[in-house]
Design a protein around this ligand. Structure first.
Ligand code: IPM
Ligand code: MG
Length: 355
């Protein structure tokens, strides 16, 4: 029996996770041997325990085979000290569990081609994978903080650091994934300005020598941002640093029309992972039963594939999502004229019905 830690978090987190849990329950009826255990994270945890990542949640996450996470954060906690903000709960899980490899696919569903802000011929058939380094770089580098200079002026500072071993392991992740795809890796850096990413580029070249069938290219991050909106289909796998990946993955997500459709996986060296939609907690629509649960449901599919060795069941979920889109069902974020607008729970029920 495998254990899944379910951390719904804040904002729309509980609503979308509820739908994903329905899908898991449906698959359990078909023989999926998993048990679910809930825990608190983010603002929800802060309200109860005074910390966004309580010890018991961390222990639960450590003991689980996989983690399903909704989203963290909201207006309510924005004025808290940065050390106890909901986001720290998420960052703490990533770093404590060494989930260094963050896979963020951007796939355009042909049924939603109209929802993209780009022309259909530019995005049609888009299928790219961003591999983001998730436990290093400027997000975690020391020293960091705000200090007061001799003249009394304050100065904020953060540190961009990467060890060779950190670059190498995320490089291997990207190349391994490329081997199962179109065998092209584009490494994104700012090697013309930042020494740290000059080293990044050098290590990527070294890793590439072990993958003769994969073609490696390099791109500066500013150009990569431009190319993503100019001609996104040129990319197969993109591999990049924590912060560049944060930014580029939002951009790539929007190419597909809705950030509400995209799942993600954050994996450690052994394949254990945390799975979450790439969108946030959307406090503006929380509690209204209008959020799109498909990204979370598709995150369950990634979980089945990458951590639970249930590729067939993962495929069933992905097909079911395709099917409900065929049926014309749309939550508000992907709604267009001629389709049927449904709520969060109706969308979840529709996926379960197809399953
Ligand atoms: C993401 C989010 C997080 C990040 C925030 C919520 C800390 O934007 O997962 O992309 O910056 O990594
Ligand atoms: Mg982000």
């Amino acid at each position: 029996m495998k254990k899944i830690a379910v951390l719904a978090g804040d904002g729309i987190g509980p609503e979308i996770v509820r739908e994903a849990v329905k899908v898991l329950e449906r698959l359990r009826a078909d023989g999926l041997a998993v048990e679910l255990e809930e825990g608190l994270v983010g603002g929800a945890a802060y309200d109860v325990h005074g910390t966004p990542l309580p010890e018991e949640t961390l222990a639960l996450a450590r003991s689980a085979d996989a983690i399903l996470l909704g989203a963290v954060g909201g207006y309510k906690w924005e004025s808290l000290d940065i050390s106890v903000r909901p986001e720290k709960g998420l960052l703490g899980l990533r770093s404590e569990l060494a989930l260094f490899s963050n896979l963020r696919p951007a796939i355009l569903y042909q049924q939603l081609a109209d929802a993209s802000t780009l022309k259909p011929e530019v995005v049609g058939g888009l299928d790219l994978m961003i591999v983001r380094e998730l436990t290093g770089g400027i997000y975690f580098g020391q020293p960091r903080g705000v200090r007061t200079l001799d003249n009394g002026e304050r100065q904020g500072f953060n540190t961009l650091v990467y060890r060779e071993s950190e670059i190498e392991r995320i490089g291997r992740s990207a190349f391994d994934i490329a081997m199962k795809r179109d065998r092209r890796v584009c490494s994104v850096d700012k090697a013309n300005v930042l020494e740290c990413t000059e080293l990044w580029r050098e290590v990527m070249e070294r890793v590439a020598q072990d993958y003769s069938e994969v073609e490696l290219s390099h791109m500066y991050v500013d150009n990569a941002a431009m190319q993503l909106v100019r001609a996104p289909k040129q990319f197969d796998v993109m591999v990049t640093t924590n912060m560049f990946g944060d930014i580029l993955s939002d951009c790539a997500a929007m190419l597909t029309g809705s950030i509400g459709m995209l799942p993600s996986a954050s994996l450690d060296a052994s394949g254990k992972g945390m799975y979450e939609p790439i969108h946030g907690s959307a406090p503006d629509i929380a509690g209204q039963n209008v959020a799109n649960p498909l990204a979370t449901i598709l995150s369950v599919a990634m979980m089945l594939r990458y951590s639970l060795d249930e590729a067939a069941m993962a495929g069933r979920i992905e097909q079911a999502v395709d099917r409900v889109l065929d049926q014309g069902l749309r939550t508000a974020d992907i709604y267009s004229e001629g389709t049927r607008k449904v709520s969060t729970s109706e969308m979840g029920d529709a996926v379960v019905a197809v399953l």
